[in-house]
Design a protein around this ligand. Sequence first.
Ligand SMILES: CCCCCCCCCCCCCC(=O)SCCNC(=O)CCNC(=O)[C@H](O)C(C)(C)COP(=O)(O)OP(=O)(O)OC[C@H]1O[C@@H](n2cnc3c(N)ncnc32)[C@H](O)[C@@H]1OP(=O)(O)O
Length: 208
Amino acid sequence: MTSVDFVDAIALAKHRQNFEETEHTRAYREMLAAVRGFQNAVVQANPSPEQLEQMTTSLQQMQAMLEAQALPEVERWYGRGGGRDGKLQLVTPQLIFEEVEDDRIHAHTTAGEFYIGMNGAMHGGIVATIFDALLGRMAAGTQGRVCRTAYLTTEYKAITPLNQRLDLVAKVESVERRKRFVTGQLWHGDTLCATADALFIEMLPGQQ
Ligand SMILES: CCCCCCCCCCCCCC(=O)SCCNC(=O)CCNC(=O)[C@H](O)C(C)(C)COP(=O)(O)OP(=O)(O)OC[C@H]1O[C@@H](n2cnc3c(N)ncnc32)[C@H](O)[C@@H]1OP(=O)(O)O
């Protein structure tokens, strides 16, 4: 089996939904958490020349080790999972899904320094990426529908802080044939930091 067998998005998603949490994959999740910790540390420090040399050498060694084991997308653990602790991914801060219903989701997250824009505020592109992941999960619903984002509009109402709990709410507003219109809100306590509305289209067999 190669990744070429899975240009069909539905077949790829179905195959990747079969994901067993084992000791080995839990260790992979822990490694990704360590990468997140590293990313947070790396953006906050100005290491000395000696430290930089040491870090660059170590990182190059780890990169070479991983490159020697690279797999086609269909076989990778990255991007899989999807229970309460969300997917095994690094593109957004980890999302914790508290309630997942077919028309409503409540989740939360805490974004570290890696996701900084400027002056303590989260980068706006990360806010939009969080909404894409949250609203994509909403469009998938409890049935695991395979959908793609047709549009996603984000409004930034207040600074989204780092290192603080953020609450995320998603809702399905309406459904028309393959179209799922969904909205999202990102809260810090009582402050509404950002909102989004998006259209997700359910994939047809054969579509990439
Ligand atoms: C439990 C399991 C959990 C699983 C968790 C999964 C979580 C995943 C989370 C991660 C998620 C991350 C997800 C990602 O990041 S996906 C990556 C980002 N998105 C893309 O790359 C998508 C690129 N675009 C396309 O592939 C196509 O355009 C799609 C597939 C979207 C539609 O092309 P397709 O040929 O299939 O459909 P159609 O053109 O006949 O249109 C169909 C209908 O839609 C209407 N329309 C289309 N576009 C727009 C528009 N912009 N505004 C308003 N309306 C629009 C259109 O008028 C028509 O309406 P109607 O005639 O029916 O009335």
